[in-house]
Design a protein around this ligand. Structure first.
Ligand SMILES: *Cc1c(COP(=O)(O)O)cnc(C)c1O
Length: 356
């Protein structure tokens, strides 16, 4: 008997969101970013639904190899490139495009004889200060790569730190244009937030992630208003009910106290399923399609929800934690996090079903 919880992934929503992203891209090529197991949606499944993308961006070799083994022949971008010289032959063998962000990688590439040519991305640090070459080191790295016999092409990329925020992208964009001046190379700039908000920051290849999964990159704009459809819906059922009297408490720490007569449902979903443990009492949830709220602390395998105003709700009633009818953005905001984290945290123990 499986526990009554499951995530449903909608291939139709993924394809729809890709079309939305493509409309913003206005002819720029598009990497569908499917790192972190496609933000929890499954890389193979996501690649199938997103097959109108021009390529797929992943983080690690396991994901890249899984894609190739699933028959994906499009370009695959490795967002952190390679780590050790032993990785290098794999790049050619699997036809992968590494992001080169550090002089050590340029040196590893120089010392290794590859069996054939590869394309590379060269990451420019425009102030985010995580990865990439700055003013002094960019030119030598670019020249070394251009002179490398097995490097077929070099694309310049950067990543925006505040495309969704007050800072925007202009400062980084100006910096990028200054650093990249005189380089005859294609460019890859925009994530989801920049793609939607700053069309001038597209470049030749855009890299949307979160919007493909139907979430909004902006705190103040809903996914719905951006015409995005949730691709993942996490549903469970009520497995027990409780009737609380005034002053009675519920869950760990007795943190929630009933202020009146109250019906509570216990849902088969907890933080070990990926529900955010920090979600406070009052986090929105749907029961039988109607909005209500969590009460008390999230525990490992259960959460409690208020059924007082949901007549007919009881054991077996359907609960939507996020997805269709309740945006992951809203649940994430209530829990003090982002939809990114919710989606990625979907636990392996939750069965996943695919929907049209
Ligand atoms: C994750 C990532 C993206 C996608 O970002 P979203 O905000 O999900 O659109 C794009 N570029 C790089 C380098 C990334 O690491």
């Amino acid at each position: 008997m499986p526990r009554p919880i499951r995530a449903t992934i909608s291939a139709g929503a993924l394809s729809h969101n890709l079309l939305v992203a493509k409309a913003y891209a206005k002819g720029a090529k598009l990497w569908a970013v499917i790192k972190a197991n496609a933000y929890g949606h499954g890389v193979e499944r996501a690649a199938r639904a997103l097959d109108a993308a021009d390529g797929f961006a992943v983080l690690d070799f396991q994901e890249a190899v899984r894609l190739r083994e699933a028959g994906v022949t499009k370009p695959i971008l490795m967002l952190e490139g390679f780590f050790k010289p032993v990785d290098l032959p794999l790049l050619h063998q699997y036809g992968l495009t590494p992001v080169i962000h550090d002089a050590g990688q340029v040196e590893m590439l120089r010392l290794e004889q590859l069996p054939g040519e590869i394309d590379v991305y060269l990451k420019v640090n425009t102030g985010m200060n995580r990865l990439g070459f700055g003013a002094e080191s960019l030119r030598p790295a670019y020249n070394a790569l251009r002179m490398h016999a097995q490097v077929r092409s070099v694309t310049l990329m950067t990543h925006f730190a505040d495309a969704d925020g007050a800072g925007g992208v202009q400062g980084q964009l100006d910096w990028f244009n200054a650093l990249a001046k005189g380089f005859e190379a294609p460019r890859s700039l925009a994530n989801s937030a920049a793609l939607i908000r700053f069309p001038e920051a597209r470049g030749d290849w855009v890299r949307p992630g979160i919007m493909l999964y139907g979430c909004s990159p902006f705190a103040g704009r809903t996914a719905e208003s951006l015409n995005l459809k949730p691709a993942m819906t996490l549903r469970a059922e009520i497995i027990a009910t409780q009737q609380l009297h005034t002053g009675e408490r519920i869950g760990y720490g007795f943190s929630y106290e009933a202020v009146g007569e109250m019906a509570v449902g216990v849902v088969a979903c907890g933080y070990a399923d990926g529900y955010p443990r920090h979600a406070p009492s009052g986090t929105p949830v749907l029961v039988n399609g109607r909005r209500t709220r969590t009460v008390g602390r999230v525990s490992m395998d259960m959460i409690c929800v208020d059924l007082t105003d949901i007549p007919g709700a009881g054991i077996g009633s359907a609960v939507t934690l996020w997805g269709e009818g309740l945006s992951a953005d809203e649940v994430a905001a209530a829990a003090g996090t982002l939809s990114y984290e919710l989606l990625c945290a979907l636990a392996p123990r939750v069965p996943v079903a695919e929907a049209a």
